[in-house]
Write a protein that binds this ligand. Structure first.
Ligand SMILES: Cc1cc2nc3c(=O)[nH]c(=O)nc-3n(C[C@H](O)[C@H](O)[C@H](O)COP(=O)(O)OP(=O)(O)OC[C@H]3O[C@@H](n4cnc5c(N)ncnc54)[C@H](O)[C@@H]3O)c2cc1C
Length: 434
């Protein structure tokens, strides 16, 4: 049987493993193996809600072992740290438990076709103090850590007899991309809700300050101007401070300093500016990478130096000829590429030529929590781009996650589950108090 090994069970990799498992795996036409360093999957665009406390992690996590069992693929727990292309093997580092005791020793897995879908991490560009003092929303553990620090900051401020120190209860978010902006709006709401649970010595309007710092001259730099202007207006209404054209040069335990000499005191700092692919991809047995470690792939999603190694999602740099650029690192890119590879692999098994991947940009949507959702839709949905806001925009925003859920669980389960959530009112956000 042809051995397809997928490394990384994220927005793209888990969809691909599930869909291939349901078809090629179930019919025993190929052995599908998914490798991930975590035991569970959470769709990354939900992380800012975990950080703010408006979403319960347990409600949305998918257990890889269960998923593998129900969808006819194998799951192997482990962090991939090497590749031997001559032997067609990947190398897994040993897995250790919380006490450092080895659970699974180092091992290798053989493949006929390898698919790298290991995503990306936040890029702090080596800024002094960023690693020590800023939290990045790279995984559920980081998001939960931020949430816990946020609650503790509020409890501490409420309990202390003396007035607040400068910077206390102030949050600096570095990066005004979609992640930074969505987190700021979500925090604005959840902090107020939390304080309303009896923390009566804190006055949110007076004591809590959220500031977004962005090096580019405008917020949402990668998105259309109209969207950026609309979102800026909404942030102003929420009294969220926005400092554009300010490049952060240092992060400390007390705050953030920028290249213009400005100093913003902050108790909590989130780094949400820029991404890079994991470091181990740089020089992965001679595969071509760019300066942010992404594997360079052709439009067939094959790496340029090895047709047996595919890569997609955030960890791959794929041409976008229509825009004379590269496909953006987004959940919708990973979703479309997974769907494309799913269609291509039966052709590959039959020895037929693969077709190039064509990216369809449906536009961008930004959720400002319960306040609003705004976006610009384009391409196949509308002619040119059109601004949307409110309920329709919210439905469109939610539909991306629904598509991911449907790829994992099928239409019937997602429909019934959504119905059950509406009936039991579990769709209404409730603040997590621990
Ligand atoms: C807070 C936040 C909000 C976002 N919001 C949006 C949004 O609204 N819309 C949008 O389009 N995009 C959004 N994004 C971006 C989107 O999440 C990514 O583009 C998308 O998740 C990329 O999918 P992926 O499959 O390439 O990687 P990921 O979903 O990141 O999955 C990578 C997987 O690889 C695993 N892995 C990593 N290294 C290894 C290793 N060495 N060995 C084994 N396994 C490994 C990880 O555990 C993970 O499961 C957001 C991102 C963040 C962080």
């Amino acid at each position: 049987m042809h051995n397809i090994v997928i490394v990384g069970g994220g927005a793209g990799g888990l969809e691909l493993a599930t869909r291939l498992g349901r078809t090629l795996g179930r019919r025993k036409r190929a052995l599908i193996t998914l490798v991930d360093r975590s035991r569970t999957h959470l769709w990354k665009p939900l992380l800012h809600q975990v950080a703010a406390g408006s979403m319960d992690l347990n409600d949305h996590e998918v257990d890889y072992l269960y998923q593998a069992r129900w969808h006819h693929f194998q799951f192997r727990l482990g962090r991939v740290d090497g590749l031997n292309r001559e032997k067609n093997q990947i190398h897994l580092a040993p897995t250790v438990d919380e006490d450092g005791r080895e659970v699974i020793p180092a091992s290798t897995i053989a493949y006929d076709t390898l698919v790298m879908a290991v995503g990306s991490t936040t890029n702090d560009f080596g800024t002094p103090g960023a690693r020590e003092h800023a939290i990045s929303l790279d995984n559920p553990q980081q998001a939960a850590l931020f949430h816990s620090r946020l609650l503790n900051a509020c409890l501490r401020a409420n309990a202390q007899p003396e007035p607040l120190q400068p910077g206390q209860l102030q949050i600096a978010i570095i990066g005004a991309g979609a992640t930074g902006v969505e987190l700021a709006a979500e925090l604005h709401n959840t902090i107020r809700e939390f304080v309303s649970f009896g923390l009566d010595r804190i006055d949110p309007e007076r004591d809590i300050k959220i500031c977004i710092i962005e090096a580019a001259p405008k917020i949402l730099p990668a998105l259309p101007e109209r969207l950026s202007v609309a979102v800026l207006g909404l942030l102003k209404k929420l009294k969220i401070e926005v400092a554009t054209g300010e490049k952060v040069t240092e992060v400390s335990a007390q705050g953030v300093r920028t290249a213009t000499g400005r100093y913003l005191p902050a108790e909590l700092v989130v780094w949400a500016a820029g991404i890079k692919a994991p470091d181990f991809l740089d020089n992965l047995d001679g595969l071509e990478t760019n300066r942010i470690n992404q594997l360079i792939v052709t439009q067939l999603l094959q790496t340029t130096r090895d047709p047996n190694v595919f890569a997609f999602g955030d960890c791959a740099s794929c041409p976008w000829p229509e825009k004379d650029g590269r496909i953006p690192p987004r959940a919708q890119s990973a979703h479309q590429q997974a769907a494309h590879l799913f269609k291509m692999f039966p052709r590959r098994l039959r020895g037929e030529a693969l077709r190039p991947f064509v990216y369809r940009d449906f536009g961008s949507l930004v959720s400002l929590g319960k306040f609003s959702t705004v976006g610009s839709l384009m391409g196949a949905i509308t002619r040119g781009s059109v601004m949307v806001e409110g309920y329709f925009a919210k439905i469109m925003y939610l539909s991306l996650y629904k598509m991911h859920e449907m790829a994992l669980h099928g239409f019937t389960k997602v429909f019934l589950d959504t119905l059950a959530r509406i009936i039991t009112r579990r769709t209404e956000p409730h603040i997590k108090l621990h």
